[in-house]
Design a binder for this molecule. Structure first.
Ligand SMILES: *[C@@H]1O[C@H](CO)[C@@H](O)[C@H](O)[C@H]1NC(C)=O
Ligand SMILES: *[C@@H]1O[C@H](CO)[C@@H](O)[C@H](O)[C@H]1NC(C)=O
Ligand SMILES: *[C@@H]1O[C@H](CO)[C@@H](O)[C@H](O)[C@H]1NC(C)=O
Ligand SMILES: *[C@@H]1O[C@H](CO)[C@@H](O)[C@H](O)[C@H]1NC(C)=O
Ligand SMILES: *[C@@H]1O[C@H](CO)[C@@H](O)[C@H](O)[C@H]1NC(C)=O
Ligand SMILES: *[C@@H]1O[C@H](CO)[C@@H](O)[C@H](O)[C@H]1NC(C)=O
Ligand SMILES: *[C@@H]1O[C@H](CO)[C@@H](O)[C@H](O)[C@H]1NC(C)=O
Length: 248
């Protein structure tokens, strides 16, 4: 199903907005999160800094429910982090019935009442197509971290990447070109069931949400870079961030 078709279903499920023709859509590429049965996942939804004040929610196509930010239930938390211009969605105890499409939505204003900032499909599997050994890693400024990404045998020949959610910048296994930063090394492991991402010379601005992917399947990872105790830190500037426009 292509992005347009999915969007259309979303329009239909919120038919009023469809009739008004007032949904804006940021056109993400297809993201399929593969999660172990009974497991949990945290998904970041990055929004424009200008949308800090707007209401945000997580929409489930399965039961057509909206869960607004700062709500915590037994198996679902949707928490806003205005300082980082993102809200996170944590789903726990995932079962087959949770398979389906989900959307991060910002209520933007009267002209364009809702803006879909991210959409994803969850696939609950007894052996996830893509997973990570640890989904929450931390390192010190100037130090290194490594992340091991596992994939199922059917994904051996798929494109394997390590990407940052915020600006969708990616590093690709086996690609050797100047656009890839030497501070990130990404290599396929022996046996063809995993690849390893090594980030060296960590900067505070490297903190945030990333994902490992093989083909369209992916698994999110949170990286925390902590400040060193010595004061000899050099000021660095982050990469330009690509955001959708918040119409208010
Ligand atoms: C949370 O998930 C568990 C396991 O599937 C289930 O037994 C429980 O009823 C769920 N809680 C809620 C509030 O849905
Ligand atoms: C939600 O919680 C965060 C802190 O976790 C807070 O900064 C933010 O203002 C809260 N938002 C709302 C709408 O209550
Ligand atoms: C990651 O781990 C740190 C402490 O080790 C914790 O404070 C933080 O909440 C965790 N984050 C997530 C997204 O699990
Ligand atoms: C990348 O390509 C350059 C020149 O083509 C080569 O010298 C270098 O060893 C290559 N690096 C890797 C990691 O393959
Ligand atoms: C690569 O990383 C260095 C610092 O680690 C940074 O200064 C540089 O801008 C980065 N280059 C690209 C293309 O991201
Ligand atoms: C290092 O930072 C601490 C706290 O920020 C400050 O009190 C101290 O004076 C700083 N030392 C130097 C050498 O700048
Ligand atoms: C920190 O900066 C001071 C003064 O600039 C310098 O003397 C010292 O060697 C530096 N320490 C480290 C660990 O770089």
């Amino acid at each position: 199903m292509d992005a347009y078709a999915k969007t259309k279903i979303f329009y239909i499920s919120i038919g009023v907005w469809l009739i008004l023709g007032v949904v804006s859509y940021s056109g993400w590429s297809k993201h399929v999160l593969t999660i172990l049965t009974g497991g949990s996942v945290t998904i970041p939804c990055h929004y424009d800094k200008k949308c800090t004040q707007q209401k945000k929610y997580w929409f489930s196509e399965i039961d057509e429910s909206n869960t607004y930010t700062n709500k915590t239930e037994e198996n679902l938390s949707v928490i806003d982090h205005p300082d980082q211009s993102l809200f996170t969605v944590t789903m726990r105890n995932l079962q087959d019935k949770h398979n389906g499409h989900y959307y991060c939505v910002v209520e933007t204003g009267e002209q364009s009442p809702i803006n879909i900032i991210y959409e994803t499909q969850l696939k609950i599997q007894s052996a996830p197509d893509v997973s990570v050994v640890s989904s929450n890693v931390s390192g010190h400024e100037g130090g290194d971290i490594s992340v091991k990404c596992l994939y199922s045998s059917g994904y051996q020949n798929k494109l394997k990447q390590w990407c940052r959610y915020k600006d969708q910048s990616c590093y690709t296994v086996g690609r050797n070109d100047t656009s890839q930063n030497s501070s990130v090394q990404i290599s396929d492991d022996d046996g063809g069931r995993s690849f390893t991402v090594l980030m060296t010379g960590l900067r505070l601005t490297d903190s945030g949400w990333y994902f490992c992917s093989a083909g369209e399947a992916l698994s999110p990872v949170h990286l925390t870079v902590t400040e060193n105790n010595n004061n000899n830190t050099t000021e660095v500037t982050g990469n330009p961030q690509k955001y959708y426009i918040c119409i208010v």
